[in-house]
Design a protein around this ligand. Structure first.
Ligand code: ZN
Ligand code: MN
Length: 164
C-alpha cells in the first residue's frame, strides 16, 4: 500500500478528488487509491502499471476507470502525459512544476530534470527570440542509465525502444 501520512500528498489527493467530483466522477475508494498512487509515484507509471498496482487492493477496478480518471486529470492540468509514439504513455502526477525528462532507452526509467525556473525561462527565451508565442514545452533527453550500461538489469519499467 501507499503511505498516506505525508500531509502534502494528502492535500493534493483531496484537491484532485475535488476536481474529479466537479467533473462528475464518483469518488470511490479505488479512485482515491488511484489518486494517491498518481500523486506519490515518481516513476512515471503507465496506465497499465497503475491499474496493476491498484488491482492488488481493489480487484474490481477496471482499466477503463484508470484511463477515464487520467483523461480528466490531464484535461484539468493535474497530470502530465508523456507520450512516446507507439509506446504506452507515461504519467506524471507527482511533479507539476515545469521540468524536462532524462530517459533510459533500455529500461525506460524516467527522471525529472531541469526543475524549477530553468526550463520555463529557456522556453520563453527561445520562443520570444523567434517571435513565437509559447504554448507548451517538452524536453526529453535519451540515454542509457548506469544500471543498463553496466549490464546489471534491474526490474524493468516500460521499454521505450523495444524494436531496437
Ligand atoms: Zn536503464
Ligand atoms: Mn516528470
Amino acid at each position: 500500500m501507499i503511505a498516506t501520512q505525508d500531509p502534502k500528498i494528502h492535500k493534493r489527493v483531496e484537491a484532485l478528488g475535488e476536481r474529479l467530483r466537479e467533473r462528475g466522477c464518483r469518488l470511490t475508494p479505488q479512485r482515491l487509491a488511484l489518486l494517491r498512487l498518481l500523486v506519490s509515484s515518481n516513476t512515471h507509471p503507465t496506465a497499465e502499471q497503475l491499474y496493476q498496482q491498484l488491482h492488488e487492493d481493489f480487484p474490481t477496478t477496471s482499466l477503463a476507470t484508470v484511463y477515464k480518471t487520467l483523461a480528466v486529470l490531464k484535461e484539468t492540468g493535474d497530470v502530465l502525459e508523456v507520450g512516446f509514439g507507439n509506446h504506452p504513455s507515461r504519467f506524471d502526477g507527482n511533479n507539476l512544476s515545469p521540468h524536462a525528462h532524462l530517459i533510459c532507452r533500455d529500461c525506460g526509467e524516467i527522471i525529472d530534470i531541469m526543475e524549477n525556473r530553468n526550463l520555463s525561462e529557456f522556453s520563453r527565451q527561445v520562443t520570444s527570440r523567434s517571435g513565437y508565442r509559447l504554448i507548451s514545452q517538452r524536453i526529453d533527453i535519451f540515454g542509457i542509465c548506469p544500471h543498463c550500461k553496466n549490464g546489471d538489469k534491474k526490474p524493468s519499467n516500460t521499454i521505450i525502444n523495444q524494436g531496437e
